[in-house]
Design a protein. Sequence first.
Length: 258
Amino acid sequence: MKKYIIRIGILGVVCLIVLVVVLMMSLGSIIKKGVETVGPQITRTEMKLDGAIISIFSGSGTLKGFHLGNPEGYKTPSAISAGEVSLGVQPGSVLSDKIHVTHIKVVNPEITFEGTLGKANNLSKILENVDAAAGGSTANTNAPAPAPAGKGASQKLQVDDFLVTGAKVNVSMTMLAGKAYTLTIPDIHFSALGTGPDGITAAELTKRVLNEVTALTLKAVEKNMGDISKTANEALSKEATNALDKATKSVGDLFKKK
């Protein structure tokens, strides 16, 4: 009888461990699915996540391989990417009306600026899409109205702390002729977002963050236009020199054959 009770106890512990593992995997899957489903509704671009691991006990976890794609017409692989994002969630709030996020920390993300200053660039275009999803008006009044965002975009959130640190901006402009140019922008920090009963929606949160990212990026590009132009001129000069060398070599080879 005693052995039987012990076996039942061991079986119960094993079942509990399996249940915890399943719940942990499910919580990560819920967040991954949410990012990949709701994100594109807000940005009108591809949004992917390689994976998410969240503890059902502490609510802390990690998002791996975040990728925000570019709008149609832009050639660079992504607008924003981050290898790892740490976050904390109050586990009990995941299935409630308002999800309570204790912190989000994005370290060393890579931002790509493709286009020109003003609104003719990838970040400004995505921000325009996000503004529409959050209930704002699009900058181009002649453009067709985008389809309304799904319910997930209006999910209530509370975010106690949001930090983007060590961001690097890769500048991609036609004038650079493929030459790489990299900038940095200051840290972005928000706190106590959506603390009221109405919270802050996923679309509104995205708008707040992307608005800051875009503003700081445009400011950094504008501030460094002198160096960017210099790099562009060097790239063009090098291309011209290489072209001249190839032409000279071709002529030389032609005379050698004769």
